[in-house]
Design a protein around this ligand. Sequence first.
Ligand code: ADP
Ligand code: MG
Length: 316
Amino acid sequence: MSETVVSIRGLVKKYKEITALDGLSLEIKEGEVFGLLGPNGSGKTTTISCLLSLLEYNSGEIEIFGKPMTPVSYDIKRDIGIIMQNVAVFEELTVFENIDYFCGLYIKDKKTREKYVEEAIEFVGLSDFKKFYPKKLSGGLLRRLNIACGIAHKPKLIILDEPTVAVDPQSRNKILEGIEELNRAGATVIYTSHYMEEVEQICTRIAIMDKGKKIAEGTTAELKKMIKNTETISIEVRELSEDIMKQMSELPHVYKAEQKESKLYIYCSGGKHNLIRVLNVLQEHDISFGRVYSELPSLNDVFLEITGKALRDKEE
Ligand code: ADP
Ligand code: MG
């Protein structure tokens, strides 16, 4: 059995009258890429800040590597790499100097440090930008610098708080591949995001958060099994009569049928050939239609079914 790396029990954090964390418990094992998935404001950053003792909390217990975490747990902090949501680098230092500075907080031997800094630069793909100042870097490259600063000292536990927000697809892929590579090399990873696709792609286990609480936890497959939805069919079609909609909703395995913005949505639970039955109804009434999709449940559906609201931000 693998070791517990992080244990959070009954964590409560209030900002004046706002309860940001409401009795959160998490257990993260060695070797995991653990995803904290939740919409903006659900408490992900607050969790990370409390975990690192950067923020005082009202109650709860936090242990890292089997020891209580406190603001002065320097021995624990040495083995943690932290990449915060807001990029934190020195504007007056170059790419190389920034990484060297952060690495130098933990690695005192000059030769070792130089090697580690070079490796980190190589790892995030910034070899051509070593002498650049941060303000000359694109958003994506800046994010990569932020990551290099966090991982250069080769920590055992790496925590990344929304590292891909507002980055170009190329940097995003580089970041996601990098995380998987660090994990293969032995690091345990905690990854927060409100992008379910990313979490689904790289995380071995996921906790879904909402309003400071954990509302579900498991592997992607386990989470999807928790809900009744197994297939969502959507069809571009003109507005259908109430009779036809009633017929749709009475098809076998269909638990909901609705029309939104000139699209028909059919939600199914189990069964095969659901799409064919739906199309047969349209054909029966001689109704022509446009594009047709049949989709398996996503983590968004898991979130939707448990909380009654969408995880995805509409504007993204
Ligand atoms: P997430 O990282 O999931 O977006 P946060 O942990 O940043 O969520 O925020 C959780 C809740 O706490 C939100 O309601 C947010 O408005 C509130 N909050 C976060 N930081 C502060 C703060 N410094 N002062 C007051 N409220 C805060
Ligand atoms: Mg956040």
